[in-house]
Design a protein around this ligand. Structure first.
Ligand code: 5GP
Ligand code: ZN
Length: 106
């Protein structure tokens, strides 16, 4: 596998403003925020994109949504509203090939 920036952040080899962490997922602020609150929810396991999600990841996929909800709560955008985005593949503009959910609001 070529070097993965999100694996580096998970391992503490690259800096990021981490706002949530548990045994399966991490969340940190996007370094180029496009909304007042712009965080990324990332599984600790390296899964390149939504296309690589397997049936055995079903619980993990649900967990990522609950983490996104938790992050929205922490960031005080749960009531006002927020958007989740998963860019998948070149035409969608995916640039980091480690699955992540954008949490955008505020
Ligand atoms: P996507 O792959 O869904 O198009 O977007 C990847 C997102 O990751 C972009 O919004 C980009 O700003 C963010 N990003 C890329 N590299 C880093 C990094 O090293 N640190 C942080 N915090 N965000 C990053
Ligand atoms: Zn990775």
């Amino acid at each position: 596998m070529t070097r993965c920036i999100f694996c580096d952040i998970i391992a503490g080899r690259s800096p990021a403003k981490i706002i949530y962490r548990d045994e399966r997922a991490i969340a940190f602020y996007d370094r180029s925020p496009r909304t007042p609150v712009h965080a990324l929810v990332v599984p600790l396991e390296h899964i390149a994109s939504l296309n690589d999600l397997m049936p055995e990841h079903e619980a993990l996929a649900g967990h990522l949504l609950l983490v996104a909800q938790q992050v929205a709560c922490q960031e005080n955008i749960a009531a006002s509203g927020y958007r989740l985005v998963i860019n998948t593949g070149r035409a969608a503009g995916q640039i980091v090939y480690h699955l992540h959910v954008h949490v955008m609001g505020g």
